[in-house]
Design a protein around this ligand. Structure first.
Ligand SMILES: NC(=O)c1ccc[n+]([C@@H]2O[C@H](COP(=O)([O-])OP(=O)(O)OC[C@H]3O[C@@H](n4cnc5c(N)ncnc54)[C@H](OP(=O)(O)O)[C@@H]3O)[C@@H](O)[C@H]2O)c1
Length: 265
C-alpha cells in the first residue's frame, strides 16, 4: 500500500517510538491522526510537522474513549496500534487495577480498534493494521509475565486476524522491537545493558512500520541478529532459553528495568 494520501490512526503518538513513527508516516505523505493522553505533546507534534496532522486526546483505559475513537478519527486507512504500558515486574507486585490498565492499553484497545475498523477497510478494498508488539511477545524473561501476556496476545491476535483477512486487500503486520535506545519506555528506565546486548533506535522501528505497510509484511523484528535468533530459539526451547538467559543476568536486568518503569503502571 502506498502511504501518500492515506489516513493513519496512530496510538501512543506522544511516546518515544510513536513520535518517530508519526514523523516517518508524515514524511511518506500520509495524514497522521495522532492520539494519546498528553495533549501538549500531540500539539507539539502538530506544530512541528504542520499540515496533515490531526490530534485526538483519548485514554485507552477508558472503555468509552476506546469506543468513541474510531468514529472521532473519521476515515482510517491504516491503524498503527503502538500505545502501551511497560508492565514490567513480578506479577504479584501489581495491583488488580494496574493489571487491568496494562491489559486495556496493550491488548484490549488494539482488539477493539481492529474490530471496528476492519469492515470499512474490507468494503473499501484496501487497508492495513500494524500492531507494535515486542521481542517480549516471542520470548518471556523474568518480570515480563504481564507485559509478555499482552505482547504474545497481540501476536496471536494479528496472526489470526491476518488469516481472517487472507482473501481481502487488508494487510496485517506485527512489529517486534528489541531494546530501543535514545527515547521510549526502555531508554527512559535508565537501565544499563551489558556491552554485548545491541539496541536499535525509534527511527528503526518507524522504518519497519513504513516498510511493513508498503510491502505488506506479516511480521518484522527490529533488533540485532543475536537477539532475533535468541527469540527464535526461545520459541522452540523456552525452558532451556530461560535457563541460559538467567545465567547471563536476565533476572538482575529485569529488576533494574522494572524499578525504572514503576512510575508507568
Ligand atoms: N522502547 C522500547 O525499548 C520498546 C521495545 C519493544 C517494544 N516497544 C513497544 O513500542 C511501543 C511504543 O513504546 P515507547 O517506547 O514509545 O513507549 P513510551 O515512550 O512509554 O510511549 C507509550 C505511549 O503509549 C501511550 N499511552 C500509555 N498509556 C496510555 C493510555 N492509558 N491511553 C492512551 N495512550 C496511552 C503514551 O501516551 P500518553 O502518556 O500521552 O497517554 C505514549 O504515547 C509500545 O507498544 C511498546 O510496548 C518498545
Amino acid at each position: 500500500m502506498e502511504l501518500r494520501d492515506q489516513r493513519v490512526l496512530l496510538t501512543g503518538a506522544s511516546g518515544g517510538i510513536g513520535l518517530a513513527i508519526a514523523r516517518a508516516l508524515h514524511a511518506r505523505g500520509a495524514t497522521v491522526i495522532a492520539t494519546a493522553r498528553r495533549e501538549e505533546v500531540l500539539d507539539g507534534l502538530k506544530a512541528d510537522l504542520g499540515d496533515r496532522v490531526e490530534t485526538l486526546v483519548a485514554d485507552l483505559t477508558d472503555a468509552s474513549d476506546v469506543a468513541a475513537l474510531p468514529e472521532r478519527a473519521g476515515r482510517v486507512d491504516v491503524l498503527v496500534a503502538n500505545a502501551a504500558l511497560p508492565a514490567s515486574g513480578a506479577l504479584v507486585d501489581f495491583t488488580p487495577e494496574e493489571i487491568d490498565r496494562a491489559l486495556d492499553v496493550n491488548l484490549r484497545a488494539p482488539l477493539q480498534f481492529a474490530r471496528v475498523l476492519v469492515p470499512a477497510m474490507t468494503e473499501r478494498g484496501a487497508g492495513h493494521l500494524v500492531f507494535i508488539s515486542s521481542l517480549s511477545g516471542k520470548a518471556a524473561s523474568p518480570g515480563s509475565s504481564l507485559y509478555s501476556a499482552t505482547k504474545f496476545g497481540l501476536r496471536g491476535m494479528a496472526l489470526g486476524l491476518s488469516e481472517d483477512l487472507a482473501d481481502t486487500a487488508v494487510g496485517v503486520t506485527t512489529v517486534f522491537p528489541g531494546f530501543i535506545r535514545d527515547a521510549g519506555m526502555f531508554a527512559e528506565s535508565g537501565t544499563e545493558l551489558p556491552s554485548y546486548v545491541g539496541t536499535r533506535t525509534p527511527e528503526d522501528v518507524a522504518d519497519a512500520v513504513v516498510r511493513s505497510i508498503e510491502r505488506g509484511l506479516l511480521e518484522v523484528d527490529v533488533a540485532p541478529l543475536s537477539m532475533r535468533m535468541g527469540a527464535k530459539f526461545a520459541s522452540v526451547a523456552p525452558g532451556l532459553s530461560a535457563k541460559l538467559q538467567r545465567r547471563m543476568g536476565s533476572t538482575e536486568l529485569s529488576a533494574e528495568m522494572a524499578k525504572g518503569q514503576a512510575g508507568k503502571r
